[in-house]
Structures are given as structure tokens and as C-alpha cells.
Design a protein around this ligand. Structure first.
Ligand SMILES: [Zn+2]
Length: 381
């Protein structure tokens, strides 16, 4: 399925809110329900699709064995019955009018946990379809909200960040004129970042905490295994021209945004040429688990993070490499279902930045800017 993420997919929901904590927002346009269906997705996931004539404004909640979707400014229409697919967690779907909201309840065979943001999509109209709210979910631990009448806390869950120090072991990455190795600098920054993010209330994991070589696919697999909310791959850059300096932030795209980005991805991906086997197997597994729609949702979220990160660096007066604040290229390490970015922290090929990158003070400055960007990233909406 070929879909341009810009034209077809935007994550626009008000967000994942809990029962008893629904926002009161005035909407000008009235909406109408058009169809409902369920489906089964790879990886034991069930899918609920709600089609509406206008862009849906919705909230989600998760009572026992139910998924409740509340649509703003939408009248009930009992003539519309959900088409139920065999093998999904959804047994039946019912509608009820709640003031000006339409409450759609999917009765499930099992409890589900809060649906992660990257598995909630709003698709723009195309062909015969109008707007579609697409929710993918699997059986899991429910969040405890049932008997609580006070507004539930959404922030009780710690957000998980996987920090990837690029290169390592037999792969030094790029090397500065004074001999500074990329693998050493980024590991030092990764460790500092872990400490600060832990202190800020995040749960973090490092892909490597020592000078070891890890395949790119393994790094991405760690993010998957840890069920990370965000994946940050730390690197330092090199340029044939020693005068080039500054940071740049990258997200995954199969097509590079510019020639420089394409070359960089080629250079970073070359790490796997040192030890090729293993990646193919991994990427095959991931490909099966990924629907292309999900990939687009992940791309949107990564873009959002990267834009905030680039801003945070600039506001900390860290020099930006001339060009766009966020660029795109096919980095193998970013191929996963976890939103994330590859951060080129500066240029080791530039003498002044090589010095900066190896200094404690500058490393702390970089870390503070990244922490700020993570705190500013909206994990929920
Ligand atoms: Zn690198």
C-alpha cells in the first residue's frame, strides 16, 4: 500500500483520556457516523475502524473488557451496524447518545491496556472512504480506572526511552583530527543522558553501556523489546570539509531529504557491512509486525519529536549545521515501530567541535537540550 503520510495520515485525536475526565470542547462542525468494522492485524492485534464524514474528535477509555470511543458532535445512528471480523477481540459493538457525543462501545473478549499512540490513526478521505479512526490493540494488562470516580492520573506510567550510543567495539565511527572517536563521545553523552532522564522520571535503557559492537538491527530490536515510547540514536558527524560544523537531527524516510542526508545514512548504515548477517532476519520480523499505516504514524510522531529537539538545541545556542532543522534519510537503526530520531550532535571533523564534543561542559549542554526536548514531546496526543 503506497500512502503519502502527509496527505493521508495525521494524528489528530484529542488524545487518550480516561473515563470521567472528558474535555468539554466546543466544535463548530457536526459529524456523522458512516460505518464501523473490525479486523485482525499481524501480531495478534485487533483493529476497530470507525468511519465518519468529518474529521473525528474523540476520546478513548478502557472499562473492564471494553474499549469506549466517544465522538464529539456526532448523533447515534442505529441503522449502522459494525461489520465484525472473525478472530478479533471485538465480540460486539454498540452505540449510545450521551448529550452531543456518540459513545461507541466495543465489547471485548479480553481486557486491553491503553492503546499506544502509534497505534491510533486518523486517515484522511480517499476513494470511497471518508475519515477513518483506526485503533489497533492487543490483549494486555488493563489500567486500573474501574471504580475510581476521581479523575484518573494519566501520568502514572513511566515513559520508556531507549538511548542508543552509535557504533562501538570494532566500529569506531568517525574519528577527529585529534583522535577523538565517535563511539567514545556518544557513549559518554548516552550515559549522562540516561542519568538525567532517569532523574526526570523516565525509564531509560541503553543499547550498549560499554565499548561493544552492536548491529543496527539489534539496536532497533532493543527498542521494540523494551516497548519504548521513544528511541534516540546518538552520533557525531564528519565532513570532508573541516570547516563544516553544527548538529543535525534526522528521522527515518526511505527517501533522503537531500544528498547530504543520503550520504550520511549510507555512512551510518555501513556499520552493518562490518558484520552483515542477522539484520535481514530481524528486519523481516519487523516488516511482518508493521503495517504500512503504522509506519506512517511512527513517522509523524518522529517528525514531531525531531522538530522539538532541533528547536531545543537552537534555544540552548548549540550551533546548527546549515540547512533544514530536521532531515530525513533511510537509517537502518531507525527502522522499527518506535518513534525516534538520530541525533548528529556535532562534527568531529571540525577541530573546534571535536574539542567541544569531548568536553564535559558541552556534553552536559547537549544532554540538557535533549532532556528538554523529551520533556516537551507530547507522548499522549
Ligand atoms: Zn555515527
Amino acid at each position: 500500500m503506497q500512502i503519502s503520510r502527509r496527505s493521508l495520515l495525521k494524528i489528530t485525536g484529542i488524545g487518550v483520556l480516561l473515563m470521567g475526565n472528558l474535555p468539554r470542547v466546543a466544535f463548530a462542525a457536526r459529524n456523522a457516523l458512516k460505518s464501523m468494522r473490525t479486523g485482525v492485524q499481524p501480531g495478534n492485534k485487533s483493529r476497530l475502524v470507525i468511519e465518519t464524514v468529518a474529521r473525528p474528535s474523540y476520546t478513548l477509555s478502557y472499562p473492564q473488557n471494553q474499549l469506549v470511543v466517544s465522538l464529539a458532535n456526532t448523533p447515534a445512528n442505529q441503522s449502522i451496524r459494525a461489520k465484525l471480523a472473525d478472530g478479533s477481540l471485538v465480540k460486539s459493538v454498540s452505540q449510545v447518545q450521551m448529550g452531543d457525543r456518540l459513545q461507541i462501545t466495543a465489547n471485548l473478549t479480553k481486557n486491553i491496556g491503553q492503546i499506544p499512540k502509534n497505534q491510533i490513526m486518523v486517515l484522511e478521505p480517499n476513494g470511497d472512504n471518508d475519515y477513518r479512526l483506526v485503533l489497533d490493540f492487543a490483549a494486555g494488562t488493563p489500567i486500573s480506572i474501574a471504580a475510581d470516580t476521581t479523575p484518573a492520573k494519566v501520568t502514572s506510567q513511566k515513559r520508556i526511552i531507549v538511548i542508543d550510543a552509535g557504533h562501538g567495539g570494532k566500529d569506531p565511527g568517525c574519528i577527529g583530527k585529534a583522535g577523538t572517536r565517535e563511539k567514545t563521545v556518544v557513549l559518554a553523552v548516552a550515559k549522562k543522558l540516561k542519568n538525567k532522564l532517569d532523574a526526570a522520571g523516565f525509564k531509560t535503557y541503553l543499547t550498549r553501556s560499554t565499548d561493544v559492537y552492536l548491529k543496527l538491527g539489534e539496536r532497533a530490536a532493543i527498542a521494540e523489546r523494551r516497548k519504548a515510547d521513544l528511541f534516540l540514536s546518538l552520533h557525531a558527524n564528519a565532513n570532508p570539509s573541516r570547516s563544516v560544523k553544527g548538529f543535525s537531527i534526522y528521522t527515518l524516510s526511505e527517501k533522503a531529504s537531500d544528498e547530504e542526508a543520503r550520504k550520511l545514512a549510507e555512512a551510518e548504515n555501513a556499520a552493518d557491512k562490518i558484520d552483515v548477517d542477522g539484520f535481514e532476519q530481524f528486519s523481516k520480523d519487523i516488516r511482518i509486525a508493521l503495517s504500512s499505516l503504522q509506519q506512517h504514524a511512527v513517522a509523524e510522531m518522529s517528525e514531531e519529536y525531531a522538530t522539538g529537539c532541533s528547536k531545543s538545541f537552537r534555544s540552548a545556542s548549540i550551533t546548527q549545521q546549515p540547512g533544514p532543522g530536521v532531515r530525513h534519510a533511510p537509517f537502518a537503526v531507525l527502522r522499527s515501530t518506535v518513534p525516534g530520531a538520530l541525533l548528529e550532535l556535532g562534527h568531529l571533523s571540525n577541530a573546534a567541535e571535536e574539542k567541544l564534543l569531548s568536553s564535559d561542559a558541552h556534553q552536559n549542554k547537549l544532554v540538557n537540550a535533549i532532556v528538554k526536548s523529551v520533556k516537551g514531546y507530547n507522548f499522549d496526543v
